[in-house]
Design a binder for this molecule. Structure first.
Ligand code: RTP
Ligand code: MG
Length: 139
């Protein structure tokens, strides 16, 4: 059965550009229920751990630099088929390939600075949610 929860971050570029409200509005209007939410900032160690799967990639240093340069919004979202439906809502990693009306199509600036994160599996959604939130912060 497809899982009901996913994890997202509004990345530093979208926070800097004033898109927190518009992105949260789009998320809730698309049928996702917010069950955890905070403004926070990743340390270098946090970002290296969160994106450890990419640590051999040529863009890893840039990614860590970007993700730590300012505040992010972290959230856990609930909906049937949450992981897959949320990846559809955010669009392709590269905003120039992201479908019309997707969050990255609307708010991302480049393949690196692409406005939002979405978990890629139920297992990672659970790990990433627990990375950012304690039990009492999840509703
Ligand atoms: P995310 O994990 O943030 O939801 O993004 P994604 O699944 O669509 O893409 P992924 O392959 O997991 O890459 C993670 C993040 O690394 C940055 N990136 N930069 N410069 C580049 O070529 C490049 N490629 C990826 C992006 O911020 C991407 O979202
Ligand atoms: Mg990913």
């Amino acid at each position: 059965m497809a899982g009901k929860r996913t994890f997202t971050m509004i990345k530093p570029d979208a926070v800097e550009n004033g898109h927190i409200g518009a992105i949260l509005e789009k998320i809730t209007a698309s049928g996702f229920n917010i069950v955890a939410l905070k403004l926070t900032q990743l340390s270098k160690r946090d970002a290296e751990e969160f994106y450890a799967v990419h640590n051999e990639r040529p863009f890893f240093g840039e990614l860590v630099e970007f993700m730590t340069r300012g505040p992010i919004v972290a959230a856990i979202l609930e909906k049937e088929n949450a992981v897959s439906d949320f990846r559809t809502l955010i669009g392709a990693t590269n905003p120039s390939e992201a479908a019309e009306g997707t969050i990255r199509n609307l708010y991302a600036t480049s393949i690196g600075e692409n406005a939002v994160h979405g978990s890629d599996s139920d297992e990672n959604a659970a790990i990433e949610g627990a990375f950012h939130f304690s039990g009492r912060e999840i509703f």
